[in-house]
Write a protein that binds this ligand. Structure first.
Ligand SMILES: Nc1ncnc2c1ncn2[C@@H]1O[C@H](COP(=O)(O)OP(=O)(O)OP(=O)(O)O)[C@@H](O)[C@H]1O
Ligand SMILES: [Mg+2]
Length: 234
């Protein structure tokens, strides 16, 4: 059984239908990557799954339970976390406060989760009293991921983790994502850095104009000449 199953999700903004029936399965232990051109609806799909915008049609289940249009807090309680593409930290709060905010749906801040985040991202422990906006872009991305991990998620949705990052840090981000996955969290990531992301993923979906275009093992997508030409820059 898929951990996350989205079936024919239709969604958009106002009158504009952006997703015209997108389907995806993510299994436990997988790293799945969504690629596709700008404006394809990749971020919109994540927002619809996470309950931030309404699904106009279709169905989303997590671990067998229907979460279509559930409240993001409820979805988080079920074990999903979402790391948005932008504005993913509270800039005026400290690193530690940001992490504590990650656990706000829980009754208290779980010490084990906090210790786990500090172990995974030592820089965040060193800088725990620093105001988040004074961190580098790469460190802020680590903080956003750490915040998501505070609820010990079964699945992390992460939108463009390497965006705006210095090239030498991109590999570090993917390495962290691999580590998180190896500790038992499935990953669904959206990436512009498609080739590199696919090299770090098990499977990939290509979204284009709000529709599924291709799905295959990441290696097969990387070897596919059509994908190469259309979506990986030839
Ligand atoms: N808040 C919004 N209100 C209205 N339209 C929006 C909103 N957010 C996105 N859109 C539109 O929805 C479409 C899909 O956008 P989306 O952000 O999902 O694309 P994307 O695949 O994530 O692109 P990118 O690679 O640039 O991040 C675009 O046409 C965009 O202009
Ligand atoms: Mg996007």
């Amino acid at each position: 059984m898929a951990l996350l199953r989205a079936q024919n999700v239709v969604s958009g903004y106002g009158d504009a239908e952006i997703l015209h029936g997108v389907s995806m399965d993510i299994h436990e232990s997988e790293i799945v990557c969504i690629i596709g051109p700008n404006g394809a609806g990749k971020s919109t799909f994540m927002k619809a799954v996470f309950g931030l915008i309404d699904c106009w049609d279709g169905r989303v289940t997590y671990d067998g339970a229907d979460i279509t249009d559930a409240d993001p807090d409820d979805i988080t309680r079920r074990g999903l976390c979402y790391v948005p593409q932008t504005e993913n930290v509270f800039p005026s709060l400290t690193v530690r406060e940001n992490l504590e905010m990650g656990a706000y749906i829980l009754d208290g801040v779980p010490q084990a989760a906090l210790d786990g985040v500090f172990e995974r991202f030592p820089i965040l422990e060193e800088r725990q009293d620093q105001i988040a906006e004074t961190l580098s872009g790469g460190q802020q991305q680590m903080l956003a991921m750490g915040r998501g991990l505070m609820v010990d998620p079964g699945l992390m949705l992460i939108d463009e983790p390497s965006a705006g990052m210095a090239p030498h840090l991109v590999d570090d981000v993917f390495e962290k994502i691999q580590d998180i996955n190896e500790s038992g969290t499935a990953i669904l990531m959206v990436e512009q850095n498609a080739r590199k992301a696919l090299r770090n993923a098990d499977r990939g979906y290509v979204l284009d104009m709000g529709e599924n275009r291709f799905v295959d093992d990441a290696d097969a997508l990387l070897d596919n000449d059509d994908i190469e030409e259309l979506y990986l820059g030839g």
